[in-house]
Design a protein around this ligand. Structure first.
Ligand code: ASP
Ligand code: MG
Length: 435
């Protein structure tokens, strides 16, 4: 990337390369941690960069705000929820700006309304449409660190929105894109992206580098390190993202970027489990054109995302199908009420809900054009006596729904079967295991 050397007439400062640093809730959980974060920021600034910082709410503040809302109402209005939840980030930006100033670093805090982080008019999971950069740039030109509230947005008619839980990652990457930053560093409580969750498999290895595509699949299937929309945004704007630890600043973490550096020898990069979904089976749906459209259109209108979908040709003699799909556990109530509404049209017999499931996925750009990977996954699960309830694939991912109680064993056995435990940095891929 070209070094920006634009002289600013007003102050005589040169525009430097911009780095966006994002600190999550655990990194700013108390005032001592906020002071430490200020040091990490000053350290990066001293390397000669202009710094824009994005922060989350302190510790479990957002959970606490949600809890209070539910103590008052079982179904609080989503507008008021956004008003409430957006306050958490307001606290951390002000405190962090003070900590920076206290350590002699000029800083200014800004919320999304002051900046103009424009979103669509959807409460609780709004998407960013545009970010105005003039104010941020003018503060940077004055030599200030700009501390921005993550997670928040504002609509054209000045309604406050939020980007969905975990959304400050997306705020940070989108800001990096809008500001043409050279990098977005996501500081968190883990040391990077691992081949699987090290809490499940202790010998999981840290990936030095991973492509946007692989990270997107891993983030979606529950590798809780990065918000999936943040990865999508990074891919779209080609922002290199580094996931790294707030508590080990010398550790470079994992770099997420567009290019694969070398021929891929290992078919699988990572294994992930996701316990956040449940499975719904709609039985004996008439096998007519348009039935799936009616069902999923109803869910789409209610903004419910459906993940895996399987239609099976169940009863040939009755001309009916079973349609099974997975959704987030939190969307169950709404989904059932939508099913109730379309029942007359679809003439289904029963609806089964299975909320004790885990989605286990293997991800790797190296599986493209390499037959046998799915077979190996199924064989590994079978050898461990694990029953598969649903299967879905994409170009670089294979997911199986299994019983929740089999999640840990599934991850462990697949991690071993695909040789992900190697001590070497996993980017140096080994040879293809026998399939
Ligand atoms: N504070 C918000 C949450 O807890 C946003 C974030 O942390 O990314 O979901
Ligand atoms: Mg987060």
């Amino acid at each position: 990337m070209l070094q920006a050397i634009i002289t600013n007439g007003q102050t005589g400062n040169k525009m430097k390369d911009i780095v966006v640093q994002k600190f999550g809730g655990t990194s700013v959980a108390d005032t001592d941690k906020i002071k430490n974060v200020a040091q990490a920021i000053i350290r990066e600034k001293n390397k000669g960069h202009d710094i824009v910082v994005v922060v989350s709410a302190m510790g479990h503040t957002t959970d606490y705000l949600v809890k209070m809302a539910h103590e008052i109402s079982a179904n609080p209005s989503s507008r008021e929820m956004d008003m409430l939840l957006s306050t958490g980030e307001g606290v951390s930006i002000a405190l962090l700006a003070m900590a920076l100033q206290e350590q002699g670093c000029p800083a200014v805090s800004m919320n999304a309304m002051q900046i103009g982080i424009m979103t669509e008019k959807v409460h609780s999971k709004a998407r960013i449409i545009d970010i105005k950069t003039e104010k941020i740039k003018s503060y940077l030109e004055q030599g200030k660190v700009v501390v921005v509230a993550g997670f928040q947005g504002i609509t054209e008619d000045l309604e406050i929105t939020t980007l969905g839980r975990g959304g400050s990652d997306t705020s940070a990457v989108a800001l990096a894109g809008a500001l043409n930053a050279i990098r977005c560093d996501i500081y968190t409580d883990v040391e990077g992206v691992y081949t699987t969750d090290p809490r499940i498999v202790p010998n999981a290895s840290r990936l030095e580098q991973i492509s946007y595509g692989e990270m997107l699949e891993l983030a979606r299937v529950g590798a809780n390190v990065l918000h999936p929309r943040a990865v999508e945004t990074a891919k779209q704007y080609e922002v290199p993202v580094r996931v790294r630890s707030t508590f080990k600043l010398d550790n470079l973490g994992t770099l997420i970027l567009g290019v694969e550096k070398m021929e891929l020898h290992k078919p699988v990069t990572g294994v992930a489990s996701d316990l956040s979904q449940l499975r719904i089976v709609v039985c004996d749906v008439k096998d007519n054109p348009g039935t799936a459209a009616i069902l999923f259109n109803g869910l789409a209108i209610a903004n419910i995302s459906v993940d895996m979908i399987i239609q099976s040709y169940a009863r040939r003699e009755l001309n009916t199908n079973d349609i099974a799909f997975t959704i987030d556990k939190g969307d169950l109530k709404q989904t059932l009420s939508i099913l109730e509404k379309v029942k007359a049209q679809l003439e289904f017999s029963n609806v089964f809900v299975d909320d004790k499931i885990a989605k286990i996925s293997i991800v790797g750009a190296g599986m493209i054009d390499r037959p046998g990977i799915a077979a190996k996954m199924f064989k590994t699960l079978a050898d461990n006596n694990i029953n598969i309830k649903m299967i879905a694939t994409s170009e670089i991912k294979i997911s199986c729904i299994v019983d929740e109680n089999d999640a840990k064993k599934s991850v462990e056995s697949l991690h071993e079967a695909f040789h992900l435990e190697s001590d070497e940095i996993a980017e140096v891929r080994g040879t293809l295991p026998d399939v």
